[in-house]
Design a binder for this molecule. Structure first.
Ligand code: OGA
Ligand code: MN
Length: 213
């Protein structure tokens, strides 16, 4: 991707939209520029070192609780205007939001995202990203911030359970992107042997009415 001046008709974004329409998911080995990926990884590590990341909870509202037997990552929600690399990431994701709206008429209105840091051995058991009582999350997008030396033996794969009964394991390689329909794709994060860094986000629409792609 060529830096900051990406637009919704960038061929890479259009490819992602096509993949999503056709299969319900898309994986791109090369999505974020290397330099930006590196800066985001540094930002994530800095926040982890400063104690800004908190153990992720499962569930929603008053039922939220930390359960390391389900998910063991540490997260911090992003806010615009805090760090320059994060703002560039948010800008890229906003262009992707516009491309998704243009190609799929999803009516996506906003994007929420957090850094996620999985220490060695941490995992996230099989789940779906959409809450039972809140169907605003339409599309999940994960970008990995691991360094290029990540090997399959390091673990940390994202395992997606596809409609046809197949499983697909994605390596969490730095700068790569995985995108899928939030309500439709059970998935899990396998334990890793190294720190595993990512930015995970959700494109959301406003309504609560049932929706079919
Ligand atoms: C999540 C999640 C996948 C990944 O945070 O909900 O499933 O590969 N993350 O980090
Ligand atoms: Mn998930």
């Amino acid at each position: 991707m060529r830096g900051m001046h990406i637009s919704p008709d960038d061929p890479l974004l259009m490819k992602i939209v096509d993949d999503l329409a056709e299969h319900g998911w898309s994986q791109q080995d090369v999505f974020l520029p290397e330099a930006l990926t590196r800066e985001l990884a540094l930002e994530c590590r800095k926040r982890a070192a400063e104690g800004d990341l908190a153990p992720a909870a499962v569930g929603r509202g008053p039922a939220q609780e930390v359960r390391e037997g389900i998910r063991g990552d540490h997260i911090q929600w992003l806010e615009a205007g805090q760090a320059e690399p994060c703002d560039r990431y948010l800008e890229v994701m906003d262009q992707l939001r516009l491309a998704l709206n243009r190609g799929l008429f999803l009516g996506l209105e906003d994007f929420e995202s957090h850094f996620a840091f999985y220490p060695p051995g941490a995992f996230y058991r099989r789940h779906v990203d959409r809450f039972r009582d809140d169907d605003k999350r339409m599309v999940s997008a994960v970008i990995y911030l691991n360094d290029p030396s990540w090997q399959p033996e390091d673990g940390g794969q994202l395992r997606m359970f596809l409609k046809d009964g197949n499983e697909l394991d994605v390596q969490p390689t730095g700068g790569s992107l995985v995108l899928f329909l939030s309500g439709d794709m059970p998935h899990e994060v396998l334990p890793a042997r190294r720190d595993r860094l990512s930015l995970t986000g959700w494109f959301r629409r406003r309504g609560n009415e049932p929706f079919e792609l």
